[in-house]
Design a protein around this ligand. Sequence first.
Ligand code: SAM
Length: 254
Amino acid sequence: MANVIKQFNIAVSRFIFNIEGFGSMSKGVLKVFSEVAHLYELVNHVLTFGLDIPWRKKAAQVAASGGGTLWLEVCSGTGEMAVNLGKLAGSDTKIIVSDFSMPMVSRASEKEGLRKASISLTDSQQLPFPDKTFDLVVISFATRNITPNRLRLTQSLREFHRVLKPGGRFINLETSQPSSTPLRIAFRLYSKHVIKMFGRIISGSKTGYAYLAHTVPRFFNAEDLSDILYESGFSKVDYTKMTFGAVAIHRAVK
Ligand SMILES: C[S@@+](CC[C@H](N)C(=O)[O-])C[C@H]1O[C@@H](n2cnc3c(N)ncnc32)[C@H](O)[C@@H]1O
């Protein structure tokens, strides 16, 4: 582990640059998130009625409960989940916080709670870490953004599986699909109309929240995502639904 951490710390600053190039889908996603980074947290709190705060807190508790000394958060955005993880990490636990959007990671780097974390500008689909490195990989509200395509999502999840140690855990917090039909319809209407309109008004980005409104109702339900995790090589997959199934935390083991 010492070698891995040394490798992370040789960067001139806390930033480690690992971006080599993206496909066109990733370029679009990168543009969207870089555009909304300055207001990202505010828009999230407003559009979820503040529920994203307890959702992340709960996911961080689930993630931290398994212990370990080297944790990776991918697609970390402004670092809100990482701050939660930092509060629960043991004194000998090192956290690597990574995202491919510079405006997002620079916001994360300003957070008081992340002073001890390493920040990595990294594409989650090509992680610059050796096999079997981490005890824990965490992702929140981003699996949906990596790709809506089942096969490509499986490939991306395999990359998280690759960098986990045998027995290491993967925790995924993501929007899901309520099981009750009326609630599912209401959730879809809310995503399609309210997220799009208020996201645009608050953030000033026309395309950013149109994109989010498009992906939320189309993402896999909790059962399908479990199957995808098994297809990606994980075992012992289970999940907890929250807020009538609008959101789910998946746990999986390598
Ligand atoms: C909806 S935000 C979620 C941010 C944070 N995890 C949270 O809980 O608020 C999605 C994040 O995923 C990042 N992202 C999307 N695709 C990525 C990829 N291929 N590699 C790295 N980061 C990616 C975006 O830059 C963005 O910061």
